[in-house]
Design a protein around this ligand. Structure first.
Ligand code: NOJ
Length: 763
């Protein structure tokens, strides 16, 4: 027996895997049998109904409108609905589907649960600044726990579009500019939402979007075209989608934009050849909002039927809002313009999703009022959201001002200081802002019992111009103060004069980023800038607590203010999280996942700059070397950057060898010491720079990172294993992943700019 034990231990994992494999196969066969049987009883119209995801916003607002969608549901013409809120409400609609339609097939209920449900986490851009995949996965898990108690089983998240353009408002919804980090975040979100079992009533199906390349919209202008080449597409932009799919995402949303000249919604190469044949995706693909009918606006089809045909033939399975598939394809099949097999294929994929979610077993499993009452916005979730919001904020500048003492008189000034509705940030469909604190309330709570005094004045609107302000809060209640700019400023100055220190809560309002919020002016809005200028003249320290859903230009602020905290939009617990950092109860640890520009004209730009033939080592003007004549080509704050209330030293950086065989591994190690006097968290970053390759490579690209928390004076060695996987790239001649011999720079550091470098050679 003793003799056999090692053998048994060695084969046990394999046995387990094959048992799981066998069990998986059995379950799949059972699902197939179930769906085969179901589909034999479905009419063509009922199959097409499964592909239909009509708008149901109307449903929310009143009974008379329910009857329209209700009738369609009864007739089996609806496969799912989205962005409805409330377990009891959704249960009733599900009842109509299950009890009053002929086939009784349950509906999918989707929602844009982008960064939390009622407990809201930081906007995804901010979440990525935690560099903490466990925290990101946890945020998704909590979002799922809340949403699924309220009837939702499918989220239109994660959004994994890489972008190099801060003008694009949807940069707020993604993970920043880097494909490596973006891939890790994408996997974490999928794992968090879906858990180990989609049928678990606390998990929901993820939908990776927007497939593909939406982040490349030209000039950062929303819904614009994109022009990627294969080389950059595979090396960079496609990576996070692939990572999310490999992590098991159950669905994919096609992007609005074109890819290689063909709209993604009707792009066979994208939705079938790449996604299914090369990547092995087995879930279903949904269109974006009215994107099927928009194929005609792109000019690639004339009629709605042609749009529907192009989409379904390309591999699209579900039609959001256009009513194109459901509305036109029955006649097309009957008259021979559409094969019934493609309808069956799409229908099967939707039914499989419903089966995996356990909806056939119990259509109401996601409507659980008891669980709702226990989990929704519960203390444990709020505590997690507060911790994660704290991790996401990035301390950009601090000249011995922060953390503030909880004493003396503090003036809180700015249009974002006393607003509840702005706290969650863009795309917070299920938010309940009345339950969230304002920054003012957060600071008041932090100061309770300390004897410190807090004074407040709004000081300005977001913008001077009324129309600009209206756009800045589009579809949200206006926050505009009717007083004159002069009166508001005078009040603020009078308040600030009495204080020892000023906290300015300023920047973008929440709707200045997000969908259709592209901007070319990404500097501090005029009214707030002018107020800051006046506040500074008082000669008191001014701490800028900056709100933004995108990278912004902070040149003036950096030059003149002693402290800047980039707080983004931190979600429901923003206010407490800001207070935690401002008063030092939490040591900031967020690091930028987009570099901050000096000028909007630098866009598109990324730290992941490809090598050019005219290298500029200084970023300033040099004739006939890559540069601008009027602004540095470097960022104001680099990728990966962020300060702490302590400091870290990087020493003893070395490689285990300077030569690596193609199939070998090298270890890079570096000692990190907390040189300050309080505990702190550092994000140690590993970059590579491939000096010699057939395709042009970036000077530096992120290839690893580790978040470590160190006590004062503690030193820890951080190690990164470097192997072929980490060093390979999608080479331009044969269009495949490859590793090539030659010199490679290995960098470590606290951000993309301040790195130490060692050379190694791949042989
Ligand atoms: C349009 C957006 O592009 C997409 O991200 C979102 O999921 C859908 N609308 C549904 O709200």
């Amino acid at each position: 027996m003793v003799v056999f034990l090692p053998v048994l231990l060695a084969v046990l994992p394999m046995l387990l895997v094959s048992c799981q494999g066998a069990e998986g196969e059995r379950q799949e066969a059972e699902m197939n049998r179930f769906i085969d049987e179901l589909m034999t009883r479905m009419t063509l119209e009922e199959k097409l109904g499964q592909l239909n995801l009509p708008v149901a916003g109307d449903i929310v607002t009143g009974e008379p409108r329910i009857s329209n969608v209700g009738d369609d549901i009864r007739k089996g013409r609806v496969g799912g609905l989205f962005n409805l809120k409330g377990a009891a409400f959704i249960r009733e609609i599900q009842r109509i589907a299950v009890e009053e339609s002929r086939m009784g097939i349950p509906l999918l209920f989707g929602m844009d649960v982008i960064h939390g449900y009622e407990t809201i986490f930081p906007i995804p851009l901010a979440l990525s600044c935690t560099w903490d995949t466990a925290a990101v996965a946890r945020s998704a898990q909590i979002a799922a726990a809340e949403a699924t108690a309220d009837g939702i089983c499918w989220t239109f998240s994660p959004m994994v579009d890489i972008t190099h353009d801060g003008r694009w408002g949807r940069i707020s919804e993604g993970n920043g500019e880097d494909p490596f980090l973006g891939s890790r975040m994408a996997e974490a979100m999928v794992r968090g939402y879906q858990g180990a079992d989609l049928a678990d009533p606390t998990t929901m199906m993820a939908c990776v979007k927007h497939f593909a390349l939406y982040g490349l919209v030209e000039a950062g202008r929303e819904y614009n075209n994109v022009y990627p080449d294969d080389y950059h597409m595979f090396n960079e932009y496609l990576q996070p989608y692939r990572a999310a799919i490999d992590a098991g995402a159950g669905s994919v949303m096609a992007a609005f934009n074109t890819v290689h000249g063909v709209p993604a919604t009707g792009n066979q190469w994208l939705l079938t050849d790449l996604l299914r044949e090369q990547w092995g995706f087995k879930g279903f693909v949904v269109s974006d909002y009215t994107a099927v009918e928009e194929l005609a606006k792109h000019g690639v089809c004339a009629t709605l039927e042609e749009c529907a045909l192009q989409a379904i033939n390309a591999g699209l399975d579900m039609d959001m809002v256009s009513d194109g598939l459901e509305g036109t394809l029955a006649a097309a099949v009957r008259e021979g313009r559409c094969s019934e097999a493609v309808v069956d294929r799409a229908c099967r994929r939707i039914l499989e999703a419903k089966y995996k979610l356990g909806l056939f077993e119990d259509p109401y499993r996601y409507c659980d009022s008891t669980r709702r009452a226990q989990v929704m916005l519960c203390e444990a979730h709020r505590a997690e959201a507060r911790r994660i919001a704290g991790e996401s904020m990035v301390l950009l500048k601090n000249e011995h001002v922060l953390p503030l003492a909880k004493s003396g008189t503090i003036a809180l000034i700015g249009p974002l200081a006393d607003t509840r509705i702005n706290m969650p940030g863009t795309w917070s469909v299920a938010a309940v802002p009345e339950q969230y604190k304002t920054v003012k309330e957060g600071i008041e709570d932090a100061l309770k019992g300390t004897g410190a005094k807090l004074l407040y004045a709004k000081g300005s609107n977001i913008w001077y111009d009324e129309r600009a302000e209206e756009i800045a809060m589009v579809f949200k209640p206006s926050m505009r103060d009717p007083r004159s700019a002069e009166a508001m400023r005078a009040e603020a100055l009078q308040v600030a004069r009495q204080a020892d220190v000023i906290i300015a809560a300023m920047g973008e309002s929440s709707e200045m980023s997000g969908e259709c919020a592209s901007r070319v002016n990404i500097e501090m809005p005029d009214a707030q800038h002018d107020l800051l200028v006046e506040l500074l003249k008082l000669g008191k320290p001014v701490v800028l607590v900056h709100f933004a859903g995108r990278p912004t230009v902070l040149n003036w602020e950096t030059e003149h203010l002693p402290a800047i905290l980039e707080s983004w939009f931190g979600g429901s617990e923003t206010a407490d999280a800001i207070a935690d950092i401002v008063f030092g109860d939490v040591n900031p640890s967020g690091r930028l996942t987009v570099q901050l520009p000096r000028h909007v004209g630098q866009y598109p730009f990324s730290y992941r700059q490809m090598r050019t033939s005219r290298v500029n080592e200084v970023g300033e003007f040099i004739k006939y070397i890559t540069c601008y004549a009027d602004v540095s080509s470097w960022p104001l704050y680099p990728f990966g950057y962020g300060l702490s209330y302590t400091s870290f030293d990087y020493t003893n950086f070395c490689l285990s060898d300077s030569v690596m065989p193609m199939d070998g591994t090298i270890t890079a190690s570096v000692d990190i010491t907390n040189t300050g006097d309080r505990e702190g968290t550092e994000v140690v970053q590993l970059y590579i720079g491939d000096r010699v390759a057939k395709g042009v490579r970036p000077y530096k690209e992120l290839r690893g990172y580790e978040r470590i928390t160190l006590q004062p004076k503690e030193t820890r060695t951080v190690q990164f294993a470097i192997d072929a996987d980490l060093l390979s790239y999608f080479e331009p001649y044969h269009l495949q992943w490859t590793i090539e011999p030659g010199e490679v720079e290995i960098h470590v550091g606290p951000n993309a700019r301040e790195t130490q470098m060692r050379l190694m050679t791949i042989q």
